[in-house]
Design a protein around this ligand. Structure first.
Ligand SMILES: C[S@@+](CC[C@H](N)C(=O)[O-])C[C@H]1O[C@@H](n2cnc3c(N)ncnc32)[C@H](O)[C@@H]1O
Length: 213
């Protein structure tokens, strides 16, 4: 294991490291595995689901290693992607080239801060999609403050900022009936997509929750 970068923020310790065995780049927060660059299918699916509505303007929270944003940018119909990322160091690491960058694309703008504030600043009906992948999901939080992101009052704010037929997608590392219920309460329906993944030799399932306004 070799360390690529380390930073201390208000929320704790952020580490970017390269694994010895498979050479994967791995992001950890407060010692907890967040993601790597080997198994990125669920981060990409989060975007692919949102792209089905031919969106033009989307908001993504958070940046991570950039796979969700990169998948959106591969679609020529996408004109603007606002990315909310709470950790300034992570944005800087990408700007410095420690992580392959998605920030050079002129369609991308970064808001360094909480995705709840970034969504709050948007005009009603101004977004075609909101994609939320800021934590491990409601049941395995890295940051306790993120619990509110999976609750109905914030989901209702998201709905207000989406245009008619705009899409909400939410990533979770585990199946959560509370999240499904909250999405359904706000949007009237919720599709749950299990994504089988292989994590360093282990079979796991991640989940993408999806609803339209
Ligand atoms: C799992 S990663 C996102 C992975 C991303 N989908 C990708 O494709 O690489 C979660 C990211 O959300 C950020 N984050 C955590 N809480 C946040 C919040 N409340 N607002 C904005 N970003 C947040 C973390 O710093 C981290 O970069």
């Amino acid at each position: 294991m070799s360390e690529v970068a380390r930073a201390l923020s208000e929320r704790g310790e952020l580490v970017l490291r390269r694994r010895a065995g498979d050479g994967a780049l791995e992001l950890r927060v407060n010692g907890v595995f967040v993601m790597d660059d080997r198994e990125t299918s669920s981060e990409e699916l989060l975007a692919l689901v949102a792209l089905r509505g031919s969106p033009s303007r989307l908001l993504v929270g958070g940046l991570g290693l950039g796979y969700t944003v990169r998948t959106l940018l591969a679609d020529d119909g996408v004109r603007e992607v606002v990315v909310a990322e709470i950790e300034p160091e992570l944005v800087q690491w990408m700007r410095d080239g420690l992580v392959p960058s998605v920030l050079d694309d002129p369609r991308v703008s970064v808001v360094v801060g909480d995705v709840r504030d970034a969504v709050g600043l948007e005009q009603p009906g101004s977004l075609d999609g909101i994609l939320l992948d800021v934590d491990n999901g409601p049941d395995f939080l890295v940051y306790d403050e993120n619990a509110a992101i999976y609750e109905s009052s914030f989901l209702a704010l998201c709905k207000e900022k989406l245009r008619a037929d705009g899409v909400l997608t939410v990533w979770s590392s585990s199946e959560s009936s509370a999240l499904e219920t909250a999405v359904r309460a706000v949007f009237g329906r919720c599709e749950v997509r299990p994504v089988p993944v292989e994590l360093q030799g282990r079979d796991e399932t991640y989940y993408v929750y999806q609803a339209s306004s």
